[in-house]
Design a protein around this ligand. Structure first.
Ligand code: IPM
Ligand code: MG
Length: 353
């Protein structure tokens, strides 16, 4: 198959993990006889430095032409002055919006070999296998903002159709899994959450009668994620709650460096990015864990290119490396030998040869 893929390395460890992602795609091309064409473009702080815009028009054009977009990470202390009018993160939000990728899928599972890397007790981690479906193009991230000398506001807006489409995605995923959807809101306080809950209840009753629905307030959900993480199958929630809960959930898997994500809209084109950020403290050292990026490439193969066998092979290559004791610094324990980003990626790719 032929495909055009835009790569946006971005900032911090973004370029290092994106390089590992590209090598993974190249290994898949060689092994299965596909032909991928790559377009590397500027995004985030790197784009602000180069052209003064966190998402230049050329980048947008390339992404819109592509079958899939891969993003490393954006942001860093260099661009985080609160008084700055342009920020790397604006580029990422605009990209999600322009691509219409309203559904952010963040799978969280725990490999037995990595239980020691999690701060949670192993008996709680047994059987953890969930996917968080985060609404990605609405809510407080995208509402009108206001700022004056003495006050500030961020508006949170959700429309019924935005809630329906994300809940449908979650429910359809649950059908192929353990048939349970947990909807997370703050309906005891927020009007948007009351609309979210009403819409979810109605849609699930009308269209997904066979799927169990659980509703949790976000504060309770944060607690239940730690007290009974294995009970969750599919979690669906609004943009900001999903952002917060997935960082929390990443600790179940041992490290943020393990968690991939896929952002999808109505077509096949998707945006694929690790859930971790630019990690400025370790940028440029060659020690970042590339597993989240490589697993994001597997999601790209599955969701945008319909290459399920290839996706499964990439995922099992990561598992094989970890099972054989391969560890980057973030998931190493005790006297484990620590691999660099390149060493870990090469070990994964060796299984794809
Ligand atoms: C994420 C990140 C982004 C978000 C930032 C970088 C804007 O935290 O993808 O989870 O908040 O969505
Ligand atoms: Mg986040």
């Amino acid at each position: 198959m032929d495909a055009l893929i835009t790569l946006l390395p971005g900032d911090g460890i973004g370029p290092e993990v994106t390089a590992a992602g590209r090598k993974t795609l190249e290994a898949v091309e060689a092994r299965y006889g596909h032909k991928f064409t790559y377009s590397e473009q500027l995004a985030g702080g790197a784009a602000i430095d180069a052209v003064g815009d966190p998402l230049p028009d050329e980048t947008v054009a390339s992404c819109l032409e592509s079958d899939a977009v891969v993003l490393g990470a954006v942001g860093g202390p260099k661009w985080s002055d609160p008084s700055a009018s342009v920020r790397p993160e604006q580029g990422l939000l605009k990209l999600r919006s322009v691509l219409g990728v309203y559904a952010n899928l963040r799978p969280v599972s725990v490999m037995p070999e990595l239980m020691a890397a999690s701060p949670l007790r192993a008996d709680l981690l047994e059987g953890v296998d969930m996917i968080v479906v985060r609404e990605l193009t609405g809510g407080i991230y995208f509402g009108e903002k206001h700022r004056d000398e003495t006050s500030a506001s961020d508006l949170c807006v959700y429309k019924v159709e935005e809630i329906e489409r994300i809940v449908r995605i979650a429910a359809n995923l649950a059908r192929g899994r353990r048939s349970k959807v947990t909807s997370v809101d703050k309906a005891n306080v927020l009007e948007t959450s009351r609309l979210w809950r009403e819409t979810t209840d109605r849609l699930m009753t009308d269209e997904f009668a066979g799927i169990e629905v659980e509703t949790l307030l976000v504060d309770a959900a944060a607690m239940h994620l730690l007290s009974r993480p294995a009970d969750f199958d599919v979690i669906v929630t609004e943009n900001m709650f999903g952002d917060i809960l997935t960082d929390e959930a990443s600790m179940l898997a041992g490290s943020m460096g393990m968690l991939p994500s896929a952002s999808l809209g109505d077509g096949r084109r998707g945006l694929y990015e690790p859930i971790h950020g630019s990690a400025p403290d370790i940028a440029g050292k060659g020690i970042a864990n590339p597993a989240a990026m490589i697993a994001s490439i597997a999601m790209l193969l599955r969701h945008s290119l319909d290459l399920a066998d290839e996706a499964n092979d990439v995922e099992s290559a990561i598992e094989k490396v970890i099972r054989a004791g391969g560890r980057t610094a973030d998931i190493a324990a005790g006297d484990d030998a620590v691999m660099s980003t390149d060493e870990f990626a090469s070990a994964v790719l060796a299984h794809l040869k």
